[in-house]
Design a protein around this ligand. Sequence first.
Ligand SMILES: [Zn+2]
Length: 254
Amino acid sequence: MMRPYMLAENTWKIVRETEYTLAILPWGATEAHNYHMPYGTDIIEADHIAAESARLAWEQGTKVIVFPTVPFGVNTGQFDVKLDLNMNPSTQLAILHDIVDVLNRQGIYKLIILNSHGGNDFKTMIRELGLQYPKMFLSSCNWYQSVDQKEFFENKDDHAGEMETSLLLHLTPDLVRPLSEAGDGASKKFRMTAIREGWAWAERKWTKVTKDTGVGDPRKATAEKGEKYFNIVTQKVANFFIEVAKADNDDLYA
Ligand SMILES: [Zn+2]
């Protein structure tokens, strides 16, 4: 099965001859996901959503190239969860800078970061790098915000809940423990009204908020729900890839 849009699976001969217009950098995290899902959950999601979205875009003639997923996310709030592998935002900026520098030097002027992890936030980095690399179109997208989860799932998922569990039951069922082993994902909220309303923000100290590391009840998850959601999400993400690939960097606004 040839996947010409996956950089890690292709040779120099092919890559040298292909004119890519858009690069995709999937970005995950390595962290605990309740009692029933693996530490690589966000990486698995990023891998599959990037690959399938790129496949759909490629079939429409989009010359998109997916880079290997960055496996480390910002886990500063989970500092005391065993082997949650925190990568500081400043380190992420250094990595992103190097990737953008490669693209800019080689004339691939469009990059989308496909983000899989709520603790990652690339906006300020994109502002800073955009100033340094004015030819580049730099963008990030959170696939988990691309469609209204309420249409697919009964219980809201923040972390390791019904949405993520359904996705993994669809994508990698062998890596999910029986749901009878899952914690209920119950969580505490901040006492401050402004933060609860969402217009003020502070970082949650994870182990003070949840017992099982989950935030969101996973127990109504099914592979069928995951498949439906995956298909809609990848279609929407593919459409974004196509729109960005077609866009003129000097004429982005209407
Ligand atoms: Zn996750």
